[in-house]
Design a protein around this ligand. Structure first.
Ligand code: GLU
Length: 429
């Protein structure tokens, strides 16, 4: 028996908060056991190829000096340059970056794009920083990582609390050092700086595409279906609007300030206008305020956790009343919740498939930057839909073949692809 099999232990089902890296590893190990991956390949794929921790000193607006901690973890670059977002948050850790970087490797493999996986971030509370402080922080972080980033090496993108402006600063800082404009060094840029049409909406559009695929498989008519969406940021709001346009009734929604319920369904375009004006959805009319726990436990056809990690846990999994979960966020379900959901017959469309639309259009953006030729929105969306559909069908087939959940089916596809590529490339010595 391989030693990873000996190392694998059943998780203790009492905790509801998990170390994200362990959560990723638990699924990885289940998939690895099923395909009987060679021990050497297992050792290669479980560890990130590079982990950078960097100190970022900046001068604050009041003249004081503050030092922040920044991270960039490259999990794998066998399929191509590494790809993944940069997040700003007070509670990020190296372990979280390692898990998220590995998820990027699997995500890129599943949607069949030629990238490896990476993730980075700065431990900070962006709500307490001025625009100038954020700019200096981003630029110094970029300059500390000049040897890591590059259009053919490692390509950042937006993630939690970072946006087009953050990407513009990274692009500009990198370009100043290269003495030429290097648009392809980051994706998720403003349109004026080589961004792609459809990139901002891509993750939500991809989530919607796999939900419609799942409805089809389960014989659910979108016009008779209901949805609950946790999170009303870039992913949640676009998913809500796209599902609404498909005729789905959105009965529950939330943002950082709270959750709301309406059994008749919300008018999403009207709600989006409300949020644009009031910056939150909680004071919207015709809405019953509910708690986040109540939101997740609402009766619906599809639940879309599109907020943050560790939302569906061993504690609340058995209380859910949905038929499908489509993971808009990265890691919203803990590994300990997986078997509970499976025993309840809930179809979980895993994050590494469901939210891969974002990195897919990031790939389109990188291709367009390198060609210097920009596509119409229609072309971007058609190609995205095609790739998401193909990925969904492949994952579904893999799950059927091995008689496992879609999540494990997705891991199996990804691990096999990266392992086969690694075997072909061989080990340089
Ligand atoms: N941050 C996004 C994700 O987690 C996008 C990454 C990218 O486009 O590189 O998938």
């Amino acid at each position: 028996m391989n030693s990873y099999m000996n190392q694998y232990k059943e998780p203790a089902p009492i905790l509801d908060k998990e170390n994200p890296f362990e959560s990723m590893m638990e699924r990885f190990e289940i998939a690895v056991k099923i395909i009987g991956l060679d021990q050497g390949l297992y050792n290669y794929l479980k560890a990130p190829v590079k982990q950078v921790i960097t100190s970022i000193p900046i001068t604050m607006d009041n003249g004081s000096l503050e030092v922040f901690e920044g991270y960039r973890v490259i999990h794998n670059e066998v399929l191509g340059p590494s790809k993944g977002g940069i997040r700003f948050a007070p509670d990020i850790s190296l372990d979280e970056m390692k898990a998220l970087a590995a998820w990027m490797t699997w995500k890129c493999a599943i949607v069949n794009i030629p990238f490896g996986g990476a993730k980075g971030g700065i431990k900070c509370d962006p709500s307490l920083l001025s625009n100038g402080e954020l700019e200096r922080l981003t630029r110094r972080f970029t300059s500390n990582l000049l040897d890591v980033f590059g259009p053919d090496r490692d390509i950042p993108a937006p993630d939690m609390n970072t946006n087009e402006q953050t990407m513009a600063w990274i692009m500009d800082t990198y370009s100043m050092h290269s003495k030429r404009t290097e648009t392809a060094v980051v994706t998720g840029k403003p349109l004026l700086l080589g961004g792609s049409l459809g990139r901002k909406e891509a993750t939500g559009r991809g989530v919607t595409s796999v939900i419609i695929g799942a409805f089809h498989k389960l014989g659910i008519n979108p016009n008779n279906a209901s949805a609950v969406i946790q999170g009303f940021g870039n992913v949640g709001s676009v998913t809500a609007l796209a599902l609404f346009e498909h005729g789905v009734k959105i009965v529950g929604l939330s943002d950082i300030n709270g959750a709301i319920y309406n059994s008749n369904g919300f008018n999403i375009p009207e709600l989006i206008e409300h949020v644009e004006r009031h910056k939150t959805l909680i004071d919207y009319q015709n809405a019953e305020p509910i708690t986040n726990e109540e939101l997740l436990e609402l009766q619906c056809d599809v639940l879309v956790p599109a907020a943050k990690e560790d939302q569906i846990t061993f504690k609340n999994a058995s209380k859910l009343k949905c038929k499908i979960i489509a993971e808009g966020a990265n890691g919203p379900t803990t590994a300990k919740a997986d078997p509970v959901l499976q025993s309840m017959g809930i179809l979980v469309i895993p994050d590494i498939l469901a939210n891969a639309g974002g990195v897919t259009v990031s790939y389109f953006e990188w291709v367009q930057d390198r060609m210097g030729y920009f596509w119409t929105l229609d072309r971007v969306n058609r190609r995205l839909d095609r790739m998401m559909h193909a990925a969904f069908v492949n994952v579904y087939k893999s799950a059927e073949k091995y008689n496992v959940s879609l999540r494990i089916g997705a891991y199996i596809i990804a691990i096999e692809k990266v392992a086969q590529t690694l075997k072909l490339r061989g080990i340089y010595a």
